[in-house]
Design a protein around this ligand. Structure first.
Ligand code: ZN
Ligand code: ZN
Length: 310
């Protein structure tokens, strides 16, 4: 098997295009896809201060790696969900990466803030762990980026993640979510930072290959809470179709972006209010943000001092 670019020995095949690459040529094509997203899609400039949401998995660490390698100003924010050994080893991988590449890392520990991990928190609030986790992460990532002067928040979502999300939105025909689904959500004056997904053109397989071939030490096991998540079912369904017709996943998501008649609304066009509990921006008509709606359900909840003042 020969690399289609340089005719050296190939190390992997990208099934959607049946393209075979050696290690350096794979890194080059990977980097072209990421740079295309970063620059052609106008995600960031070299002046931006990028905060990366890092879980310790292959996607977020591959993203951090390529952003550092490409000379961007970055820092990582890790949310420690307090799920026993999984969270312990995730945090260690992230810390090791930050130290190796001399990058700043911030960690938010759920157990320190609420005296419980995500499993207990989801039980106490009667929400699924994935839904509670999503609400908590979105809230703290945005709040943290705004408070510390980061201009962009980047996440490691890949093509498989985005195609699965699209399938879920299409199956339930959730027009509001379809309008908002985009690799770029512009920020606004109301207090939402710009959000980007630079790996949206690359499949999970490509991101895993990049991480492995670059020697990135990441958490291999998936979050134990995500096993029953609908996203996992959508991914499996898409993989089944992809095995029959390679390239479908890519075409499904990228054609959606190209053919969309209206530009994504993002957070820029939503009517914004300040949450009456914490003061953070929210588009909720009740003027209480999703995070506070979750947190006030915790037994013995009292608003922190700075939040009481609002
Ligand atoms: Zn080559
Ligand atoms: Zn709030």
């Amino acid at each position: 098997m020969r690399c289609q670019k340089c005719r050296q020995k190939a190390v992997l095949t990208i099934s959607r295009s049946n393209a075979k690459y050696c290690k350096p040529c794979f890194f080059e094509t990977f980097s072209v896809q990421v740079k295309r997203a970063l620059t052609k899609d106008k995600m960031v400039t070299l002046e931006d201060r990028i905060l990366i949401a890092v879980s310790g998995g292959k996607d977020s660490l591959a993203l951090w790696h390529i952003l550092v390698e490409s000379g961007y100003q970055t820092a990582g924010l890790h949310v420690d969900l307090g799920i026993g050994s999984y969270s312990e080893s995730s945090r260690q991988k992230v810390e090791k990466f930050a130290e190796k590449y001399g990058q700043r890392l911030y960690t938010y520990r759920l157990k320190e803030a609420h005296q419980m991990g995500i499993v207990e928190l989801s039980e106490a609030t009667d929400r699924s762990p994935c839904s509670a986790c999503g609400t908590i992460k979105r809230y703290h990532f945005n709040r943290f980026a705004m408070e510390h002067g980061y201009t962009v928040l980047a996440t490691g979502h890949n093509l498989d993640d985005e195609a699965a999300r699209l399938l879920g939105n299409v199956l339930r025909w959730q027009q509001e979510y379809l309008n908002k689904q985009s690799p770029i959500l512009e920020g606004n004056e109301g207090g939402f930072v710009k959000k980007i997904k630079p790996l949206y053109r690359l499949s999970e397989y490509e991101v895993a290959a990049y991480s492995f071939l670059k020697g990135i030490d990441y958490v291999v096991e998936e979050c134990p809470m995500s096993q029953s998540s609908p996203m996992l079912i959508y991914k499996k369904a898409l993989n089944l179709i992809e095995n029959h017709s390679p390239g479908t996943k890519h075409q499904f998501y990228l054609s959606f972006l190209e053919n969309r008649k209206t530009a994504p609304t993002g957070s820029g066009s939503m009517e914004m209010r300040s949450c009456t509990i914490c003061g953070e921006p929210t588009s909720s008509v009740s003027s209480v943000c999703g995070y506070c709606k979750l947190i006030v359900r915790l037994p013995g909840y009292t608003a922190p001092l700075h939040e009481k003042a609002l």
